[in-house]
Design a protein around this ligand. Structure first.
Ligand SMILES: Nc1ncnc2c1ncn2[C@@H]1O[C@H](COP(=O)(O)OP(=O)(O)OP(=O)(O)O)[C@@H](O)[C@H]1O
Ligand code: NI
Length: 328
């Protein structure tokens, strides 16, 4: 295994040019994923998680455009129109399996199509491999179910079939955009277990996107916290949960059920994620931040290195500016 990251997202900028305004949905995002690692991207709705995911696959649609930065897959910049060369290397699983499956074809047909394109497998060999993949993702009675149509599967089984389809390209990286959000809780846990198993058995790297810190704790090795298009904190998962450095991360952690007094109502963060329509001139979280001070409203914070490899973009950690807040 080399030291080079499998995927390295550097200063990614994605802008949506709408009639009314320019939305900087992803505004200078940086993170890395190493082989076999599970990396989380967590933040509230509208923070830029899905746009980041779609960028990695080359799936940003009009009026959106990648306008800056690099997405390096094994050192090769995908944004220079290299997605076609790596079609099978990176696969994506979306939230709602019914949108990823075509209702008029059997599950088997759809997996076999992926096998034909990516592995050049046809006929009996493709069917056998499709059955094997369905078995790998824990679908019981796979030789029969391979001939079923999407509507014949439950939500959890359909999501397993989508994962089987993603694995048919034999990817090194699986991008999972809220893969369990549409499923009920017990099924969610089963899909998380399945992903952990596949990750361990196949040395698959996973980018796990969610708004749910509980899922991050269960599923990831490393976390990037995203707010209004910017990564505001990055840390190994355990360290982040032990000592969250950014006030936004602390607020997200307080909203996990079970971490606060069960008699109290679940604390939620008041206000909403702002939509960035220009370059950052302040801390975008400041209006909602219980610890904000004057400078937070006029200075865009840079990432400050903390212990280990972690960092946070918050003036509380900037020794030159903090007015006596917590320092590390
Ligand atoms: N097609 C589009 N046209 C205009 N703006 C868009 C479009 N798609 C996304 N955006 C903008 O990008 C921002 C980030 O969206 P994104 O879907 O990445 O959020 P998210 O973090 O995935 O949220 P969620 O948890 O709700 O899925 C949105 O707030 C929106 O302003
Ligand atoms: Ni999303």
């Amino acid at each position: 295994m080399s030291d080079e990251p499998l995927l390295s997202v550097r200063d990614l900028e994605v802008v949506f040019h709408t009639e009314r305004e320019q939305i900087h949905a992803v505004d200078g995002v940086n993170f890395e994923i190493r082989e076999g690692q599970t990396v989380g991207l967590v933040g509230e709705s509208g923070s830029g998680k899905s746009v980041t995911a779609r960028s990695i696959l080359g799936l940003v649609d009009e009026p959106g455009r990648i306008e800056g930065g690099e997405i390096l897959y094994r050192g090769e910049d995908l944004t220079e129109d290299n997605w076609a060369d790596h079609r099978g290397d990176i696969a994506i699983v979306f939230q709602d399996p019914t949108n990823s499956l075509n209702p008029v074809y059997t599950i088997g047909n759809q997996i076999e199509e992926a096998l034909r394109i990516h592995q050049d497998l046809r006929g009996r060999a493709a069917t056998d491999r499709a059955i094997e993949l369905l078995e790998d993702v824990g679908i019981p009675d796979a030789p029969r179910r391979v001939d079923e149509y999407p509507h014949q599967l439950s939500g959890g089984m359909a999501q397993r079939a989508v994962i089987a389809m993603a694995l048919a390209c034999d990817p090194d990286l699986l991008v999972c955009d809220e893969p369990t959000t549409a499923l009920d809780v017990t099924i969610q846990a089963q899909i998380l277990d399945l992903l952990a198993e596949l990750q361990a058995e196949q040395d698959l790297a996973i980018l796990f996107i969610t708004h749910d810190m509980g899922v991050i704790e269960d599923a990831t090795d490393w976390v990037n916290v995203i707010y209004a298009g910017e990564v505001v904190e990055r840390a190994p998962t355990e360290a982040l949960f032990d000592h969250p450095a950014h006030p936004y991360t602390r607020a997200l952690l307080e909203s996990i059920p079970g971490r606060t007094d069960p008699d109290e109502r679940l604390p939620t963060i008041e206000g909403e994620v702002p939509t960035p329509t220009g370059p950052a001139t302040d801390c975008r979280f400041a209006p909602r931040c219980p610890e904000a001070f004057e400078d937070c409203r006029s200075v865009a914070p840079e990432h400050v290195s903390l212990d280990g490899d972690r960092s946070a973009a918050c003036l509380l950690h900037d020794p030159a500016r903090s007015d006596g807040g917590e320092r590390q």
